[in-house]
Ligand binder design. Sequence first.
Ligand SMILES: Cc1cc2nc3c(=O)[nH]c(=O)nc-3n(C[C@H](O)[C@H](O)[C@H](O)COP(=O)(O)OP(=O)(O)OC[C@H]3O[C@@H](n4cnc5c(N)ncnc54)[C@H](O)[C@@H]3O)c2cc1C
Length: 227
Amino acid sequence: MTLACRRRAPVLDPAPATANEWTTWQGLSSVLPELATGTTGVCVVGTAGLVGLLPSGDGLLMWWFDVHQPLEGSPAAALAERFAGYGALVEQLLENIRDEDLESFRHVTHHVPDQWGHGGATLLGDAAHAFPPTQAQGANQALEDAWLLSRALRVAPADVPRALRRYEALRARRVRRVSRRAVSERTNKPLPAPVRVLARIIPPRLVGEAYVAQLRGVSSILDYETV
Ligand SMILES: Cc1cc2nc3c(=O)[nH]c(=O)nc-3n(C[C@H](O)[C@H](O)[C@H](O)COP(=O)(O)OP(=O)(O)OC[C@H]3O[C@@H](n4cnc5c(N)ncnc54)[C@H](O)[C@@H]3O)c2cc1C
């Protein structure tokens, strides 16, 4: 991510991405074999932040902790303290984590302008619009950029700068939506009580439809955007 940000400087403003107070502590190891060999992921959210557990093949489990404020001292010990009470799975995971298993990623955000380039130069992916990983959309939005960029160049090969500005403007309005949601870090926080009640009474089909509608709003592909 840092390298991609540096490549942004000659094309866009040199302002670095700004970090907020959240960090992802992440690792991949052979723990919780029943979960690791299955096909279901688990997320647990509480006042300390979010824990994610995801089967990753070959008996490995990817796990991460999204935490607010830096950890002090041994990160493994600090996580064990903060995430005590997150249930049996998380407890078992924490018992098996050592400091050397952990890698940390600060959550950073770029300002996303309408224009990401000049003349025949443009950007895509994190170089244009890094944001916190909380919406699981960083790589997805980079792929969306690549899809629309290739279409823009195919449609207007004779006027590349114009095609690039059109690509940037179309992608920027969608990326900004994801970026705003990601920056809110709302997936790392417990749901407010009224939303918890709604979540229990709304039929799962409607929840699914709302989620797809939200994805459409950030996707040039699902909306089949024309250049
Ligand atoms: C903890 C964490 C969890 C995430 N989870 C998700 C998720 O669940 N879903 C999701 O969609 N996204 C997720 N993301 C975001 C995703 O990883 C990024 O958005 C995505 O990797 C961006 O892709 P990119 O190609 O734009 O940039 P990068 O992946 O940073 O690729 C840029 C590449 O260019 C190389 N490079 C840079 N400068 C040069 C140079 N001068 N010469 C040659 N090579 C160079 C770099 O080494 C790098 O390999 C997560 C990110 C983090 C940190």
